[in-house]
Design a protein around this ligand. Structure first.
Ligand code: GLU
Length: 304
């Protein structure tokens, strides 16, 4: 990766997916990360997670850049596009395959749903029912035959084997707001997530793999993101250990909720920054309100 960022003791990134314009929840998260980086004289980087072929739209990349600039968030160095890093993801997948930790999975969503329905108690992880492991039992020869026959497949990690291989792992959780409280050493517990997908049928790498590799390649020292991603940090810590990558410290912030008590991001009724801009909202005042976690009043709900 060509980078023009001088070494910093702290490197923080904001990593939106271009599946739409940024909402207030994103704006708040970006400001929190930016403040943490700038407050420590560190670097703030921008990464666009644009390899989700079904939901990412190129036109949203420019929109996200515009939204951040409007809000007063700037960044160091070049913007990293995940779509430009596919070779790195492939190399990591190949390494994991050579370690015997990946297997091809030919199950469709409907197959997996049927297996859950058929089993009396589908095992659950932090994000719902987990993959029942069907394709883990296919022989290598059968897997190779089906791949050669052109069967579409994802690549899953054999979680139990991966966990056994690396042994006990830990990661550091820093308090939010930064500096407000003590840091905690957390034992990584990726097993309940099951055999997660590392390369999707419709994307060359899953979020878990691309995010972990990119944070390392960008020299990220601190990851600040929503607490909805707390459980994924266990998985990312495992991938770091398997691929000899450094481990950043993690800050998980609560999700900004609107006046209706619902989280702002990813809800159809949440407010897009672009709508606020169109309504003539002053970005400096909005940023101040978001920093104070005050929901701006007097703004009509835009079509998000
Ligand atoms: N693209 C992810 C999102 O928008 C980034 C998550 C992360 O910060 O690791 O939710």
């Amino acid at each position: 990766m060509t980078q023009s960022v001088a070494p910093h003791h702290m490197v923080i990134r904001f990593a939106p997916s271009p599946t739409g314009r940024l909402h207030m929840g994103h704006g708040w998260s970006a400001l929190m990360a930016w403040d943490m980086a700038r407050g420590a004289g560190g670097a703030f980087r921008l990464r666009i997670e644009d390899i989700d072929g079904t939901r990412s739209r190129p036109e949203h990349v420019a929109g996200i850049i515009e939204d951040l600039q409007w809000l007063g968030v700037d960044w160091d160095g070049e913007i990293v596009l995940q779509s430009a890093r596919l070779a790195q993801y492939d190399a990591a997948l190949e390494r994991l395959r050579e370690m015997g930790l990946l297997y091809p999975c030919f199950c469709t969503r409907a197959d997996i749903q049927a297996q859950w329905t058929a089993s009396a108690s589908a095992p659950h992880g932090p994000e719902g029912a987990i993959y029942p492991g069907t394709c883990r039992h296919l022989s290598g020869a059968e897997g190779a035959r089906r791949i050669a026959a052109g069967d579409t497949h994802a690549w899953r990690i054999n979680m139990a084997e991966a966990v056994a291989r690396v042994g006990p792992l830990h990661w550091t959780a820093l308090p939010f707001p930064p500096g407000d409280g003590t840091e905690r050493k957390i034992a990584a517990d990726p097993l309940p997530a099951g055999d997660v997908v590392l390369a999707r049928k419709d994307a060359p790498a899953s979020y878990h793999l691309s995010c972990t590799l990119d944070d390392a390649a960008m020299g990220v020292t601190h990851v600040l993101r929503g607490e909805d991603l707390f459980a994924t940090t266990h998985i990312h810590r495992l991938i770091q250990a398997l691929l000899d990558l450094p481990t950043p410290a993690y800050v998980h912030h609560p999700l900004l909720v609107g006046m209706d008590g619902k989280r702002l991001a990813k809800r159809s009724g949440s407010i897009a920054l672009a709508d606020l801009r169109a309504q003539g909202v002053d970005p400096a005042a909005l940023a101040a309100d978001l920093r104070a976690a005050r929901f701006p009043v007097g703004i009509s709900l835009g079509q998000a």
